[in-house]
Ligand binder design. Structure first.
Ligand code: BDR
Ligand code: CA
Length: 314
């Protein structure tokens, strides 16, 4: 099978962690490198979490730490959602590798430059690293196959009424990405609020009994505990949709739209605005995922977790 070469860039984060578990278990993807970004927690904490996740799933690829701050604004963290560590819940193994001495942007450039074929970036946090990469290495744009990102929403926000967390943290970086001309798959709140994993699904994962599956179930317990209080019927595993868009696009529906990012404004900073009626006459710059077969998504996660019970994984 021809594999899709990818770089994982995220701010783990419970749903980032599950996204990485999913990516690492798929024979359709070849993970070339991982990078951390500040978002759910400080860069030190998301970096430590990323390395612990990699140790858990036995993912040994080059890793570099991201920038300590968004491009322009101040960091925003989300301890209410992900805990003080950014990945509260089950005990995880200590890191098995150390970050490279170069930063995330340099590592992304190196990997893309050295790859025989265009590389896909899977972004599950603020777009700080990706935006900085596009600014600093514009000549490498044609070497990016696509950016599959979790962020934004064309119908609602979650951190403000207008803005989704990842875009709100670094709207300037998101603006660079959406203006870049690189193909974008946008898994925003339009789909990820439907990507719900219910408590009975957690049990199906837990009963797989392998060490990774047990941790995934416990991450879901923690993540759902926050969302339950807000009235959610399950845990919205936002970031795993950005991986699903590459490995199981058949369970998703989408619209090609022209999307812009609001970087100013009293109420709407970080909003992603889609020209649904085509009033601007611009060519679509993003495949906006809008729908998901929830049960099939749960089955994809369960299959991924079950793979870690086999010898070659985890
Ligand atoms: C996004 O924000 C973070 O808290 C999650 O990890 C996800 O990437 C959802 O708005
Ligand atoms: Ca995330």
């Amino acid at each position: 099978m021809k594999q899709i070469p990818v770089i994982l860039d995220g701010d783990p984060g419970h749903d980032d962690a599950i996204a990485w578990v999913l990516a690492n278990s798929s024979p359709k993807l070849k993970i070339l490198a991982c990078t951390s970004v500040c978002g759910n927690q400080t860069i030190e904490k998301t970096t430590y979490n990323a390395l612990r996740i990699m140790a858990l799933i036995n993912l040994k690829v080059p890793f570099a730490m991201g920038r300590p701050r968004p491009l322009v604004g101040d960091p925003i963290v989300a301890p209410n959602v992900h805990g003080q560590t950014g990945l509260d819940g089950p005990k995880l193994p200590e890191p098995a590798i150390v970050p490279l001495s170069i930063g995330s942007v340099e590592l992304i450039a190196k990997i893309i430059e050295e790859s025989d074929e265009p590389v896909t970036i899977i972004s599950t946090g603020p777009l700080t690293n990706v935006g900085a990469f596009l600014l600093l290495y514009p000549h490498l744009k044609p070497r990016i196959a696509r950016i599959s990102m979790m962020g934004g929403g064309i119908s609602t926000g979650n951190w403000t009424p207008a803005a989704e967390f990842n875009i709100l943290v670094d709207p300037e970086a998101a603006d660079i990405v959406f203006r870049s001309g690189v193909p974008i798959i946008m898994s925003g709140l339009d789909v990820t609020l439907k990507a719900l994993v219910f408590p009975e699904d957690f049990e199906r994962i837990r009963t797989l009994k392998n060490p990774v599956a047990i941790v995934v179930a416990e991450w879901l317990d923690f993540f759902y505990n926050f969302h339950r209080k807000l009235g959610y019927a399950g845990a919205p595993v936002h970031d795993a949709v950005a991986v699903t868009a590459l490995i199981h696009p058949e369970i998703l529906s989408s619209k090609d739209l022209f999307v812009q990012v609001e970087t100013t404004g009293d109420y709407c900073r970080g909003m992603t605005i889609a020209d649904r009626l085509g009033v601007l006459g611009q060519r679509a710059n993003a495949k906006v995922i809008t729908g998901i077969n929830r049960k099939a998504f749960v089955d994809v996660l369960i299959k991924a977790a079950s793979n870690y019970g086999k010898d070659n994984n985890g």
